[in-house]
Design a protein around this ligand. Structure first.
Ligand code: BTN
Length: 240
């Protein structure tokens, strides 16, 4: 994959920048866009992604996963989560876990969010903008339940070293996906709540149970009180 990288001091959102760029010009697969400060970072379900300038990693990667069928879109999610998880695990000793569908946690605290925006055209998987936000050197957060690599390792790491390390993992997992390797067993091994008791909230109801599987469309199978239920992204929240 080409190593093309655009860095900006400040952008509203690296995902929005890249989504606009691909509308205007031909973009090479493998382009990374990063910035030191994001003024209107977006998270899942129209939430904001806020972080201090210069202390964190904000990036978007352009991919053309034409080899994936639309029904297999979740496979890309799996590969990216595993890549980001492995990169973070290299820097901390505590166990780094994936929270379904695509957050990265340490000790039930979130330290990375992933926002993948896919373009489908004429029934085909056209392109994908993979947004990754990692809390790196920020040490204080206004919300509870958030952490960073520096808080977990007691060491700062240079922000400009993150891309080269992360890119190696992303390229390696993307390659595995391309050659058809099944990454699900590895994903489940690192999945928070897989075959272990957790609490989730569905509508107004709290449930105690275990994740038993993630199906082909990326929905979660959850067993509570002997009954298996299926939840898709956005339907439940975790009680951490
Ligand atoms: C989430 O956890 O809700 C996903 C957060 C994704 C944040 C990253 S930061 C870089 C990229 N640009 C954005 O606007 N969002 C993603």
């Amino acid at each position: 994959m080409n190593h093309i990288h655009l860095h900006f001091k400040s952008l509203d959102s690296t995902n929005d920048f890249l989504l606009n760029l691909i509308k205007e010009e031909k973009v090479e697969e493998g382009l990374w866009v990063t910035c030191s400060h994001q003024t209107r970072g977006r998270g899942q379900r129209s939430k904001e992604w806020i972080g201090e300038p210069d202390l964190n990693f904000y990036a978007s990667l352009y991919l053309e996963p034409h080899f994936l069928k639309i029904d297999d879109q979740y496979q890309l999610n799996i590969a990216i989560c595993l890549a980001v998880r492995s990169f973070i695990q290299e820097h901390v000793s505590a166990k780094v876990m994936i929270k379904w569908p695509n957050d990265i946690l340490i000790d039930r605290k979130k330290l990375c969010g992933i926002l993948i925006e896919n373009a489908i055209q004429s029934g085909k998987f056209e392109s994908s903008v993979v947004g990754i936000g990692i809390n790196v050197n920020q040490r204080s957060f206004s919300e509870r339940g958030i952490t960073s690599i520096a808080l977990e390792s007691e060491n700062d790491i240079p922000i400009d070293s993150v891309l080269s390390g992360l890119r190696n993992y992303v390229e390696s997992y993307y390659q595995k996906l391309k050659i058809g390797e099944d990454l699900k067993a590895e994903y489940l091994r690192h999945l928070f709540g897989y075959r272990e008791s957790i609490r989730i909230r569905f509508k107004e109801e709290d449930m105690q149970g275990q994740i038993t599987d993630i199906d082909l469309s990326g929905c979660m199978l959850f067993r509570a009180e002997g009954v298996e239920k299926r939840f898709c992204s956005g339907e439940i929240s975790f009680l951490l």
